[in-house]
Design a protein around this ligand. Structure first.
Ligand SMILES: Nc1ncnc2c1ncn2[C@@H]1O[C@H](COP(=O)(O)O)[C@@H](OP(=O)(O)O)[C@H]1O
Ligand SMILES: [Mg+2]
Length: 296
């Protein structure tokens, strides 16, 4: 059984072993989400409930139970902490190694049947991601990455292929993707003023990052408003993008940290293929200042 001791002794071997466990758990959660999505779950209806930060369904909760139960069975209980969207108690977890889990990213799109939802499982060490799974149930694909070892996509039959970001390197040639449902006037105005070649909108952070890994898009931009995305929305997508050659930072160019006192990720998030990353976040920052001046 992989433990914190084995992680300290031979990190890459232990992470490879944990990665295999996490992928298996991820496929099980994909099956649960797909069966609720199709309405053929034995466990009953979707039972949609509105919470402060958006809707939650029986599918979120069932996938969450599956992930926690199986990770906790396969791994030493004392060694790892768990920060999950569905069980978050308002406090950070006092462990070095912490799993950050979103069993259903894009719940609103799941309910609205756009097919644009994902599953995120990240293992972080001292607030930074070391291992990540992003499952895309409706594509039956599972992206995974281990720090320093690249990003791969796995299909149902266990076939794995490496993934890299696109080589497009002029802002005018880039395809941008942003949220379908979390956009306010400030973000919309900023996106309109950026000279992208294409603009796309879809649900789920994992889904948007997967379009960059498939080289259909090159940039994902998000901006908090009255509310902000949370650690579980970003931790796993970050690592699968950066290990594929992309960059994932705040509008100030900083890395994000996770499992802080506040799980909200306030401010702007720039995720790109990396080739004009600094130019992109500098432009975003300048445009926001311009927009804010105009509105006062
Ligand atoms: N400005 C914001 N405020 C709060 N949550 C946000 C947000 N932008 C994105 N998110 C969260 O990020 C996830 C993906 O959002 P989107 O589909 O719009 O990209 C959703 O979470 P969940 O569906 O996991 O609850 C959503 O709640
Ligand atoms: Mg969720």
């Amino acid at each position: 059984m992989p433990t914190v001791k084995s992680l300290a002794e031979n990190q890459s071997e232990a992470l490879a072993e944990i990665g295999a466990i996490a992928r298996q758990v991820g496929w099980g959660a994909i099956d649960i989400l797909r069966s609720y999505y199709r309405g053929d779950s034995n466990e009953g209806d979707l039972e949609i409930k509105d919470k402060k930060d958006g809707p939650v369904t029986a599918a979120d909760l069932a996938a969450n139970r599956h992930i926690l139960k199986n990770l906790q069975t396969a791994l030493s209980h004392e060694d790892f902490g768990y920060l999950s969207e569905e069980t978050y108690q308002g406090e950070s977890v006092a462990k070095d190694w912490v799993w950050i889990i979103d069993p259903l990213d894009g719940t609103r799109d799941f309910i609205n049947k756009t097919g644009e939802y994902a599953l995120h499982i990240a293992l972080t060490y001292k607030k930074r991601p070391m291992l990540a799974i992003v499952g895309i149930p409706e594509a039956e694909k599972l992206y995974f990455a281990i720090k320093g070892q690249g990003t791969f996509v796995e299909t149902r039959d266990g076939t794995q292929e490496p993934r890299r970001v696109s080589t497009r390197n002029q802002i005018e040639d880039l395809a941008m993707i942003a949220s379908r449902s979390h956009r306010d006037l400030r973000l919309n105005t900023m996106l309109e003023r950026m000279p992208f070649k294409e603009r796309h909108y879809m649900g789920s952070v994992g889904g948007k990052i997967s379009t960059i890994l498939e080289q259909k898009c090159d940039v994902y931009i998000s901006l908090s408003g009255k509310t902000a995305p949370k650690d579980w929305d970003f931790a796993a997508p970050e690592l699968v993008l950066t290990e594929a050659g992309g960059k994932f930072t705040s509008f100030e160019g900083n890395d994000l940290t996770y499992n802080n006192a506040d799980v909200s990720q306030w401010g702007g998030l720039m995720a790109s293929n990396g080739h004009c990353h600094q130019e992109l976040y500098t432009l975003a920052t300048n445009l926001l200042a311009e927009i804010d001046r105009e509105s006062t």
